[in-house]
Design a binder for this molecule. Structure first.
Ligand SMILES: *Cc1c(COP(=O)(O)O)cnc(C)c1O
Length: 452
């Protein structure tokens, strides 16, 4: 199978090319002694053995958490660039990778529909990208709160504590729809509402168009946390949430993680601001960075200092191969969507199983119907299926568990006796392209193993 091995010749060629460039600076006479190849072999071999302790993130039987290996082109580009180890904090830390980062950001801005001036940069992840956007939110409305729904990523409320800013939790119903009346009632004290496009739990796309109407009426800002879902805007035409994606371009700031659905290794998030004036909140005058250019450099518009230039190189290389279009990266996201729809259909057609709700993106929640209509029985049976799936390496599966408060669950499934305070259902993130060709097999395995 084509895993990573077949790509080694391309990497070797490019590394040799860079070796020539390195040599072009002349012999330094102080090259460190080469490590003993046998010793290297031993260490890497022992590392490989330890790494085998991972779950099979590369295999479509793994449909648990938001995890998958990067695209080979991202791995190759990252490996190559890291032999130089540029730092995208400042232009001087890595002129070519800083340029690549600006190119990536321009393409992300075009993808979300930002026109004219905008500001943005890559980050080391979604949490720090959100922190930055919330920092800007607080600077713009220092006396107002930041609000997000109960399904928002758990780091938003924590980051508000870091920022010493009031956080308001917007209640959401059993289908994940935010309470719009609650937002209206509190609108006078809210400076920014975080709208999640693709919640981390079940991939719910929150109703941006409705919240945007409220924002127009009451004047609060909108930050879109599209860390997980952002790239689905490429295939909005195929999604039930199509209308909401069309309002992405009107959000004041947006976070998208290339290391979630952009095929990147960890260490690649991004933040975009619709109005470049936000750059003024970051202005600093570092004594450590010197300038060979008068351009605004990336370190001037971010909270983080050192960031891997290799991450920009990897994302840049990936979107050369798979541009940010429906036909490019979009075709990979479409496979994820197809997989989730197919698995959902199989579960709905089976009367021993229940789908918690139809998926908005590529994450689904479901459970096996227990013989007794009690929540504790759902918990027991589905935990057992979760455990059993991981026992058979070749015929098994890896899922995740998802907790739902009993009072919300019983609104959807009133026949169940609420004898516990939370329900634990099964969850599948179908985020690999290969899941599309494997959804039927996964459903078969699920039904077979759970019947045993
Ligand atoms: C993953 C995720 C985050 C956090 O991003 P990291 O890259 O893990 O730091 C924030 N919000 C949402 C919606 C996410 O899915």
């Amino acid at each position: 199978m084509n895993h990573f091995g077949p790509y080694l010749p391309a990497l070797k060629n490019a590394i040799q090319k860079l070796d020539l460039w390195r040599s072009s600076y002349g012999d330094s006479k102080t090259i460190p002694e080469l490590p003993d190849p046998a010793e290297l072999n031993r260490i890497l071999d022992s590392l490989a053995q330890k790494l085998e302790g991972n779950y099979p993130f590369h295999h479509p039987q793994y449909a648990g958490q938001m995890l998958k290996p990067p695209h080979p082109v991202a791995w190759l580009a990252y490996s190559l660039a890291m032999t130089i180890n540029p730092n995208n904090h400042a232009l001087d830390g890595g002129p070519p990778t800083s340029e690549m980062e600006k190119e990536c950001i321009a393409l992300l801005a075009a993808m979300v529909g930002y026109q004219g001036d905008y500001l943005g940069h890559l980050t080391s992840g979604g949490t720090i990208a959100n922190l930055e956007a919330l920092f800007v939110a607080r600077e713009i409305h220092p006396d107002k709160a930041i609000a997000a729904t109960s399904n928002a990523h758990y780091t938003h409320s924590r980051m508000c504590r870091v920022l010493n800013c009031e956080f308001i939790e917007i209640p959401a119903d059993e289908n994940g729809k935010p309470d719009l009346n609650f937002i209206e009632k509190h609108a006078s004290v809210i400076g920014t509402v975080v709208v999640t496009l693709g919640t981390t739990g079940l991939g719910i796309v929150e109703p941006l168009s409705d919240i945007k109407s409220l924002a127009d009426k009451h004047g609060f800002r909108i930050h879109a946390d599209a860390a997980y879902g952002g790239f689905f805007s490429l295939i909005r035409e195929h999604l039930p949430s199509k209308v909401h994606w069309n309002y992405l371009s009107e959000c004041d700031s947006i976070v998208i993680d290339p290391h979630k659905h952009g095929l990147q290794p960890y260490g690649c998030g991004s933040v975009l601001y619709r109005n470049p004036i936000t750059g003024k909140y970051f202005k600093h005058d570092s004594p450590y960075t010197y300038f060979t250019s008068s351009d605004l450099h990336l370190g001037e518009i971010s909270l983080e200092c050192s960031r891997a230039g290799a991450a920009a190189a990897a994302f840049w290389a990936t979107i050369q191969l798979l541009p940010l279009t429906e036909e490019g990266l979009g075709k990979i996201l479409l496979q994820s969507r197809i997989a989730a729809v197919q698995l959902s259909n199989r579960i709905q057609e089976n009367d021993q199983w229940e789908l918690y709700q139809r998926p908005d993106l590529d994450i689904i929640g479901y459970f096996k119907v227990p013989p007794n209509a009690k929540l504790s029985e759902i918990n027991r049976i589905n935990q057992a299926i979760f455990d059993a799936g991981m026992k058979d390496k070749e015929k098994g599966f890896h899922l995740s568990l998802f907790k739902i408060p009993a009072h919300l669950f019983t609104k959807c499934f009133p026949v169940y006796e609420a004898d516990t305070s939370t329900v634990v259902i099964l969850r599948s993130v179908c985020m690999k392209e290969e899941h599309a060709g494997f959804a039927d097999e996964l459903a078969d395995r699920l039904f077979t193993i759970s019947a045993e």
